[in-house]
Design a protein around this ligand. Structure first.
Ligand SMILES: *[C@@H]1O[C@H](CO)[C@@H](O)[C@H](O)[C@H]1NC(C)=O
Ligand SMILES: *[C@@H]1O[C@H](CO)[C@@H](O)[C@H](O)[C@H]1NC(C)=O
Ligand SMILES: *[C@@H]1O[C@H](CO)[C@@H](O)[C@H](O)[C@H]1NC(C)=O
Ligand SMILES: *[C@@H]1O[C@H](CO)[C@@H](O)[C@H](O)[C@H]1NC(C)=O
Ligand SMILES: *[C@@H]1O[C@H](CO)[C@@H](O)[C@H](O)[C@H]1NC(C)=O
Length: 305
């Protein structure tokens, strides 16, 4: 206790500029909300959040791993095993051949028949890995169920565009006052695209690789742009859940990502395969129905009640 006081005082000084968490996951990770069109840029070991007008509104401190090396060319450190339910593909990307676009389509499934305060994300993701293959940032466009502690959410489907910082929390973007509810049966397109024009502006020494995520067919939906000092090298379709306690906490049947398209700067990758992993604590299965980088299809099969 003795040491806590000066620490709190120091934190208060720093947080005058910072966003205040709008909620926490059950495991204690904070959620932050920023205006749509915000940009998050890596700066040393920090990630700085800038509002659309350029004002620095938040800093995630010391969230870049100490073994991080800014790189124009990414060597293929094989991704470490993660307890996530996902289909993912990893590449050697370079400044001249980075991930140019990663798109997918899905239909909003029926709502789970029971609500236990669970939160479910079904998302298309772009990730950066450290030299040991550990992800340190995840940009995603997600379908979200639950999360009633977050504004505008509840036991229905909503969308979110989000940066996940492993261990650091989540930053979502929104337009204030917009209803984020999605209708069951609605077809939604997710996109993650490179922004070479902004890369050129922020090139200076090591360069920053910018990507924008959003939904191209949902009116008034937000976008978020992230700049890391390495070209992201992994894409994934993922199920993330917290607080699910039985089959009826999932949507019935399966959830399908269709028309999954991935192009690098120079076009589709030469060699491409999806790998899958399953969180051992769930009964969900993930299947690659259609292989490849063009018009691929991935399904998550939920346990039957
Ligand atoms: C810039 O945007 C932030 C966040 O929306 C806002 O708090 C701030 O007042 C704005 N600054 C100016 C100069 O408009
Ligand atoms: C992905 O979607 C974006 C935004 O709609 C579009 O500009 C891009 O061409 C698409 N890429 C592919 C490979 O379909
Ligand atoms: C948001 O939209 C949904 C579906 O269109 C509707 O059922 C709900 O009442 C709306 N919520 C608010 C707060 O307007
Ligand atoms: C992606 O590559 C495919 C195959 O070369 C091409 O047909 C498509 O137009 C490309 N899409 C974009 C957005 O560049
Ligand atoms: C993915 O699976 C293929 C075989 O299908 C394997 O050769 C490759 O090493 C795997 N990649 C990763 C990153 O696990």
């Amino acid at each position: 206790m003795f040491f806590v006081r000066p620490l709190v005082a120091a934190l208060l000084v720093q947080t005058t500029l910072a966003l205040v968490p709008i909620g926490y996951t059950a495991s204690g990770l904070p959620f932050f909300l920023a205006p749509s069109g915000s940009r998050v840029q890596q700066s040393g070991r920090n990630m700085d959040v800038f509002a659309p007008n350029g004002t620095l509104i938040h800093t995630f401190e010391d969230v870049i791993p100490t073994n991080f090396k800014a790189k124009r060319q990414e060597t293929l450190a094989r991704r470490q095993e993660v307890s996530a339910t996902e289909a993912y593909a990893q590449f050697s990307t370079t400044a001249d051949n980075e991930i140019d676009s990663f798109n997918a389509t899905f239909v909003v499934p029926p709502v789970p028949t029971s609500f236990d305060s669970q939160i479910i994300f079904l998302s298309a993701n772009l990730q950066v890995l450290d030299p040991n293959g550990v992800p340190f940032g995840n940009l995603r466009a997600a379908l979200q169920y639950g999360g009633s502690f977050l504004p505008g959410t509840g036991p229905f489907w909503t969308y979110t565009v989000q940066l996940e910082i492993p261990g650091g929390g989540y930053l979502s973007v929104s337009f204030p006052g917009v209803n984020m509810t999605l209708e069951v049966g609605q077809r939604i397109n997710t996109f993650i695209v490179a922004d070479p024009a902004l890369d050129a502006e922020t090139k200076e020494e090591l360069g920053v690789f910018w990507h924008i995520a959003g939904f191209d067919n949902v009116p008034d939906s937000p976008t978020l742009e992230i700049g890391w000092q390495v070209p992201p090298q992994l894409v994934a379709l993922e199920l993330e859940e917290e607080g699910v306690s039985g089959a009826s906490d999932y949507p019935a049947g399966s959830f399908v990502f269709e028309q999954i398209n991935l192009n690098l700067t120079t076009g589709p990758p030469a060699a491409f395969y999806w790998n899958t992993s399953v969180d051992p604590t769930t009964d969900v299965q993930v299947k690659v129905d259609v292989e490849g980088s063009q018009d691929a299809q991935v399904s998550f099969v939920f346990p039957s009640a």
